[in-house]
Write a protein of this length. Structure first.
Length: 370
């Protein structure tokens, strides 16, 4: 699947600086005034995965094709965006197009970079954006309700479905009016389908928080950071990580050897890119499987719980339509036995049918008809 993450936040919180670092580019123009990013900047980056490199070495692959993540740097939001203030309309429309939101909250001090609110407060940053998204969703609900209430009066399938959607909307509307996100409302699988068809709400989007911190705070425990800014309750069920955009901007200029040395010096085990992508995969329930051979080793992204038939379809429609079976070897066995052939000869290869649930790290070869 194509994974897209929208980077959002108030103006001057470091969104574009982080975007530039993550995408190792200078696409986004980072300046000290709001609305530098008017149209969303888009960068596609490979998903860091050491397993893919090891697999390619083991199979002597000519090419390596990693999975990718699309980062979208969306225009800064301000209070009143739901009414079109600032670049609110553009902001909200671009959010609807991404799989997940990465909300940047400024937690660094720098007198040379002004904050739109005049004071540094990650709590205020987060609550302002939450409020704007909630208000925008309430506007969407008001519009959709008018249409559905009319449809609900009719008999037949459409009327019954409209009644069901209105029941779910009622619970979500109540939560939004209480200052909660729509994602906090419990819905079953059928209700999820109905919402997807009828109600594209912003606060239903999977969401993570990134605290943009000073260099010396990049390794700070996230729970301590939440406590420092009185955000334990606000972020009780929302994943959060700390990244220093300045550190990331420095990292992309270094060689691999110098990068590792630099990270060790400041007490970090991995880059912010690694950390953010891992969190995004966890947030969206994604895993990776591999295909490998002399020509190419490649990583593929799917949702946890998807089966071999779905995995085959990721590669090619014909593989799915003419699926026979999947040959499966675990990544660890490929490495242990130094390649597919030796692992297979040692009894580590299994033949699985279309209902086999793919596991993270599986190396697959799909057999299919002509």
């Amino acid at each position: 699947m194509s994974l897209s993450i929208g980077i959002v936040g108030l103006p001057n919180v470091g969104k574009s600086t982080l975007f530039n670092a993550l995408t190792q580019s200078a696409q986004a123009e980072a300046r000290n005034f709001p609305f530098t990013t008017i149209e969303p900047n888009v960068g596609v980056v490979p998903v860091p995965d050491e397993r893919l490199d090891l697999l390619a070495q083991t199979e002597n692959s000519q090419n390596i094709v990693p999975a990718t993540v699309k980062f979208i740097d969306i225009a800064g939001i301000i209070s009143g965006a739901h009414k079109g203030e600032g670049l609110g309309n553009k902001f909200l429309s671009h959010i609807r197009e991404v799989n997940a939101l990465c909300l940047i909250a400024r937690a660094f001090e720098n007198t040379d970079i002004t904050h739109v609110a005049g004071t540094i407060s990650p709590k205020n940053d987060i609550e302002t954006i939450f409020s704007e998204l909630q208000l925008a969703d309430l506007q969407t609900i008001a519009t959709v309700k008018l249409r559905l209430e009319s449809t609900a009066k009719s008999t037949g399938k459409e009327g019954k479905e409209a009644q069901q959607v209105l029941q779910v909307i009622s619970r979500i509307e109540k939560a939004l009016n209480e200052g909660k996100l729509a994602s906090t409302v419990e819905v079953d699988s059928q209700e999820k389908k109905l919402l997807k068809s009828h109600l594209p709400l912003l606060t239903l989007k999977p969401l993570m928080i990134v605290f943009n911190v000073n260099e010396e705070d990049a390794g700070e425990n996230i729970e301590d950071l939440k406590a420092t800014h009185n955000l334990q309750n606000t972020l009780k069920e929302i994943p959060a990580i700390a990244i220093s955009a300045r550190v990331e901007a420095e990292v992309v200029t270094l060689s691999d050897e110098d990068k590792n040395e630099y990270l060790a010096e400041i007490g970090l085990k991995e880059t912010g890119l690694h950390k953010l992508i891992k969190e995004a995969y966890s947030l969206l329930g994604l895993i990776t499987f591999f295909t490998a051979g002399p020509q190419e080793s490649r990583a593929w992204t799917i949702k946890a719980g998807e089966n071999a038939l779905t995995g085959a379809g990721k590669i090619h429609n014909d593989f799915q339509q003419k699926f026979i079976c999947a040959e499966v070897i675990a990544f660890d066995d490929i490495i242990k036995y130094e390649g597919w052939q030796r692992a297979s000869a040692s009894g580590k290869m299994r033949l699985e049918g279309k209902d086999y649930i793919i596991k993270d790290g599986d190396v697959l070869y799909f057999r299919h008809g002509q």
